[in-house]
Design a protein around this ligand. Structure first.
Ligand SMILES: Cc1ncc(COP(=O)(O)O)c(C=O)c1O
Length: 428
């Protein structure tokens, strides 16, 4: 994993080292911690995280607590509902239906149903199950450093997990449109489809993170996804927009990132920010995709769409609307991208709203993942949290809660300037 703690690589306070040892013993070897010096956190409030040692961190990275850590409106909604009733979708309760209607209304009219899940992985898994059923195909196209989640099928469609995770057998990879080649993306999808069909594999779906988060963020030119969608539809295959990262207003131009491209997916998956940390995720879809499946199979998922999860998601919607967070994402995100390009002089900044990536290069202009990791860890030492992206980890990934203000931006830029100065002086 990029930007991960290496066991034993740094001296840590005894209390943290003990926790790490106990964690490894009881939770096993597959978990990772962020940063060279892991953060031991005890509290969060809005864009701030607090360490056990009293350090206050500016969170410029979390898209789960997207309306701000421990937002009082969301906390109250969760507590209130938990104190009244927490049950599942096999009983008739009004709240999931009210919320599903609210969610459906945020999509273009073609999208008519919502199905609840507990995680983005489950939503993607369900989407593919439906795509296989609706098309009779099994071929799936994804971007070459995609991340879509953890179920057996979806981990096999998440090459960013690395070579140790076996790929799903009928996967075709396309290079992400991150080097200003957005318009060629549709052509790459056409080639992948041709290859797939030449091998006798029937296409089922293009599964794509609408902002290409783990590939390095691809935002411009808006509209570049249109050809890809058309080509898939011509091949009678479906398009699944994974909005787990960019959904709920992050990209600053409406709730959903795919809309920037003037396209309507067949299915949309969402999660992370949906409950501001409370587990809730969903699949929104065109009714025709599930019409046949629904006649022969049933769907029940014990915790998915439970009363408390729905209360959390409904409260998140309230906050996005009441605090005008989509407009804030656009305003602060544009100012951030502009400052990184103009004032700070970074050569390549890819951004849409508060989803921002900055390519880090060496003096010769070559991608420099070590430098990117150094900067991320220097910033953490100065109380500012970001991370990295791209296959080689050479881009900074900057993705704060949507409540991030211009004042927070100034503070972030000051700390980044300080880290770059230290780097020049050789004190990093
Ligand atoms: C684009 C994308 N899709 C899906 C997922 C999986 O979501 P979850 O961790 O809720 O299963 C993630 C998680 O990081 C993601 O970034």
């Amino acid at each position: 994993m990029l930007n991960a703690y290496v066991l034993g690589a740094v001296d840590l306070p005894k209390v943290d080292q003990d926790l790490i040892n106990r964690r490894a013993k009881v939770m096993g070897p597959a978990y990772r911690l962020f940063y060279q010096r892991p953060l031991h956190l005890v509290r969060g409030e809005d864009v701030w995280l607090y360490g056990a040692d009293g350090t206050k961190y500016l969170d410029v990275y979390n898209n789960v607590a997207s309306v701000g850590h421990s937002h009082p409106h969301v906390v109250h909604a969760i507590a209130d509902q938990a104190g009244r009733l927490c049950t599942h979708t096999r009983y008739l309760t009004a709240e999931p239906i009210d919320f599903a209607e609210r969610l459906v209304a945020s999509f273009p009219s073609e999208i008519g149903h919502v199905m609840f899940t507990n995680s983005g992985s489950e939503a993607n898994d369900l989407a593919l199950r439906l795509a296989f059923d609706a098309t009779g195909g099994t071929g799936v196209i994804i971007s070459s450093n995609a991340y879509h989640g953890t179920t057996h099928l979806i981990a096999g469609l998440s090459p960013s997990l690395g070579a140790g995770v076996p790929a799903y057998k009928n996967t075709w990879y396309v290079a992400p449109p991150i080097d200003g080649d957005g318009l060629a993306f549709g052509e790459r999808i056409t080639s992948a489809l041709k290859e797939m069909q030449a091998k006798g594999v029937k296409p089922a779906a293009l599964l794509i993170d609408s902002i290409f988060t783990s590939d390095g963020v691809a935002a411009e030119p808006a509209g570049f996804l249109a050809t890809a969608f058309n080509v898939m539809h011509k091949a009678k295959a479906l398009v699944i927009a994974d909005e787990v990262q960019p959904g709920f207003g992050r990209t600053g131009s409406g709730m959903w990132c795919f809309a920037r491209h003037g396209v309507v997916p067949d299915m949309v998956t969402m999660g992370k920010p949906m409950g501001n940390g409370y587990p809730i995720a969903a699949l929104a879809l065109r009714p025709e995709v599930i019409a046949n499946f629904g006649m022969k199979a049933r769907y029940f998922n014990t915790f998915a769409g439970n009363s408390v999860a729905i209360a959390a998601a409904n409260a998140v919607f309230d906050v996005i609307e009441n605090q005008d967070l989509i407009a804030n994402s656009k305003k602060v995100g544009s100012a951030m991208a502009e400052a990184l390009r103009q004032t700070m002089g970074f050569g390549v900044v890819r951004a849409a709203g508060l989803m921002v990536a900055v390519d880090i290069v060496n003096q010769n202009g070559a991608a420099d993942p070590e430098r990117a990791t150094r900067l991320v860890n220097q910033l953490a030492q100065h109380g500012v949290l970001i991370s990295t992206s791209r296959k080689d980890g050479s881009a900074l990934k900057i993705r704060p809660p949507l409540t991030f203000s211009m004042a927070h931006l100034d503070l972030f830029l000051d700390k980044l300037t300080l880290c770059l100065k230290n780097e020049r002086n050789g004190d990093s």
